[in-house]
Design a protein around this ligand. Structure first.
Ligand code: PRP
Length: 178
């Protein structure tokens, strides 16, 4: 897999260090609040697992699987729910856990969808933010790293479902996806 990468963008150590910092920040902000952390599958799986282990306050976890209709490297903007939450989020404090905000279309849809379920609040934690490609205005509350407009894989992020198992984040060689 390493041969398919141009370079390592974020090492395992850098990711773990930043995720721990975000966990501490989130723990301070949600102390005494009824928190549900929602992992957006599949990309956020590693971030969710590591982040929640750095949040030593009571919380529940839930999962949503969503997918854009696009294939390959482009997001189409049309989002569909493949798997919905198990439990109600009504009157609860929701933390959406995402791996990356790219165009912002997925989050835009998600926020609208979850707001209609009347939570007490909604905030967003994303490991990566790629502002260069933003198509809609979305604000994240906890942001691990702001990254340039490069095709990144690893630590949950895929290309055609591969590379999610890398423990670090790398930039894919263009010839792999062109
Ligand atoms: C990725 C990522 C975000 C979304 C971000 O999901 O996990 O949910 O795209 O892109 P956007 O800001 O342009 O909407 P993807 O649909 O690739 O599914 P996956 O998490 O299962 O890989």
């Amino acid at each position: 897999m390493q041969d398919d990468l141009l370079k390592v963008l974020l090492t395992e150590e850098e990711i773990q260090q930043r995720v721990a910092e975000l966990g501490q920040e989130i723990s301070r902000d949600y102390k005494g609040k009824d928190l549900v952390a929602i992992c957006i599958l599949k990309g956020a799986m590693h971030f969710m697992a590591d982040l929640t282990r750095h949040i030593p306050i009571p919380l529940t976890i839930d999962f949503m699987a969503i997918s854009s209709y696009g294939v390959g490297t482009k997001t189409s903007g049309v989002v569909r729910i493949l798997q919905d939450l198990d439990a109600s989020i009504s009157h609860r404090h929701v933390l959406i856990v995402e791996d990356i905000v790219d165009t912002g279309l997925t989050l835009n849809y998600l926020i609208d969808n979850l707001e209609s379920r009347r939570p007490a609040s909604i905030k967003i934690a994303t490991l990566l933010d790629k502002p260069a490609r933003r198509a809609v205005n979305v604000t994240t509350d906890y942001n691990g790293f702001t990254i340039p407009d490069e095709f990144v894989v690893g630590y949950g992020l895929d290309y055609n479902e591969l590379y999610r198992n890398l423990p670090y984040i790398g930039v894919l060689k263009p010839e792999v996806y062109k």
